[in-house]
Design a protein around this ligand. Structure first.
Ligand SMILES: Nc1ncnc2c1ncn2[C@@H]1O[C@H](COP(=O)(O)OP(=O)(O)OP(=O)(O)O)[C@@H](O)[C@H]1O
Ligand SMILES: [Mg+2]
Length: 416
């Protein structure tokens, strides 16, 4: 199904069943994931977007509430706003990490009493809420479930807002290492009913493991830990093969990682690093979305000085004043602009036109900087990885109409 390399993002989404949007915090991962899933649905696929902590208004418009954890079908009437003919379906699901852990327990611990014991266990509560990488792990676990359900032919995964985007890739193995079966076995041994401090001195390895658990969870009550592992034995039996399955899924040829980044220097540095780390882990990057790029406005050389721009802006402002003679009489921008600019200069204060012009010049400088940095970044990418440029839109994107605005930039063949 999946091509080894793709021409553009359109081909990438068409050729993959799972698309994972990764990148550093705040760059537009959730927005990109949602818009890709929406496009897939409009192309006739049964798509789902697995979102993580979407902005409230976007969540509302997709119909996913704070309860989360179950797929919600985006109503056909909402989907139809962007459809010109027949279309597929779109579901959205918000990952709520605590809820997912509880669900995992529900699924793997059939005995109601044992289940209750786990859910009330302090160690479990700590592990599910604060273990480093636990949210990332649940995202991967959830992906495995959605894939196994066979209900979707396009699963778009948003990744958690984290400084360390690599956590997502490493989470399954990290959790597996932490919950090493040997450790679990030790804890369920009756001899472990001894006290925490006795154990710590018993031997170095045990002391080290206890340290690891304390560090990772902050829990220092051995009874909670032992009880947790005893109650969870059923779950851990199946843990390793399951983690291996989901890890495999991330490396499947039908899975594509899309890096979402922005033109800021720091974000590009992180993007470079993430791309290198992904390929080192056998999860190579297949596409890049460069989001919120400032567009440079092409101008004639003669028009680009601050003075000339101030005159142009002043002329436009003059035209907008209904009582202005310029609105009815001025035929030349230069004439009206110079008149308004010199009137402002005579009053001594920087005119509105001068301030707007300064702002525009600063924007142009920023756009040129974006262009330059992007060029350097693009040169570092393998030729087989397509890059789509998305402009910084005038307002936030919080509904289906907003998501649709991004499609021409992501999926029109000429756009990238
Ligand atoms: N191209 C764009 N133009 C204008 N606003 C945008 C664009 N892309 C995203 N946004 C806005 O930027 C904000 C951050 O986007 P988003 O929530 O998708 O980022 P994120 O990478 O998921 O963030 P986090 O790491 O916090 O989860 C949102 O308010 C979104 O509407
Ligand atoms: Mg997000």
């Amino acid at each position: 199904m999946a091509a080894r390399s793709v021409r553009d993002l359109e081909e990438l989404v068409r050729g993959h069943r799972i698309v994972v949007c990764a990148g550093s915090g705040g760059v537009g991962k959730t927005t990109t994931a949602a818009t890709i899933a929406l496009w897939g649905a409009l192309q006739g696929r049964n798509a789902i977007v697995l979102t993580i902590d979407p902005a409230r208004r976007l969540a509302d418009s997709l119909g996913v509430g704070p309860i989360g954890n179950t797929p919600v079908q985006v109503p056909d009437s909402v989907l139809a706003t962007g459809a010109s003919g027949a279309h597929g379906t779109l579901a959205a699901m918000m990952l709520d990490q605590k809820g997912s852990w509880d669900e995992l327990v529900e699924r793997h611990v059939p005995n109601a009493e044992a289940r209750q014991r786990i859910l009330e266990n302090r160690f479990y509560q700590q592990l599910s809420q604060s273990f480093a990488g636990s949210q990332e792990y649940m995202a991967v676990e959830q992906l495995g479930e959605l894939d196994a359900s066979g209900r979707y032919d396009l699963i778009v995964v948003d990744t958690p807002p984290t400084q360390h985007a690599l956590d997502f890739l490493e989470a399954p193995e990290r959790l597996l290492a932490f919950l090493d079966r040997k450790i679990v076995k030790w804890f369920v041994r009756p001899s472990f009913s001894a006290g925490w401090s006795t154990l710590r001195t018993m031997n170095r390895t045990v002391g080290f493991l206890l340290h690891k658990i304390e560090d990772a969870t902050g829990v220092t009550a051995l009874a909670d830990v032992t009880d947790f592992f005893s109650a969870m034995t059923g779950l851990f039996e199946d843990f390793e093969p399951r983690v291996q399955r989901v890890t495999q899924l991330l490396r499947d040829p039908a899975t594509a990682f899309v890096l979402v980044a922005g033109p800021d220097e720091q974000v590009l540095d992180q993007a470079d690093y993430l791309a290198a780390q992904m390929s080192a882990r056998g999860m190579p990057l297949k596409g890049v979305v460069m989001n919120r790029v400032h567009r440079h406005v092409a101008m004639n050389d003669g028009d680009s000085s601050l003075e000339a721009i101030t005159a142009l802006v002043a002329a436009q402002l003059e035209r907008l004043r209904p009582e202005s003679p310029a609105a009815t009489r001025a035929t030349s921008a230069g004439k009206g602009g110079r008149r308004a600019a010199s009137a402002a200069a005579a009053s001594g204060a920087p005119s509105l036109a001068a301030r707007l012009a300064q702002n525009f010049v600063a924007y142009q400088a920023r756009a040129r900087g974006d262009e330059l940095r992007l060029e350097i970044f693009r040169q570092g990418l393998p030729r087989s990885v397509p890059l789509a440029l998305v402009p910084n839109l005038e307002s936030d994107i919080h509904d289906v109409a907003g998501l649709l605005q991004l499609h021409p930039f992501l999926f029109a063949r000429a756009a990238s």
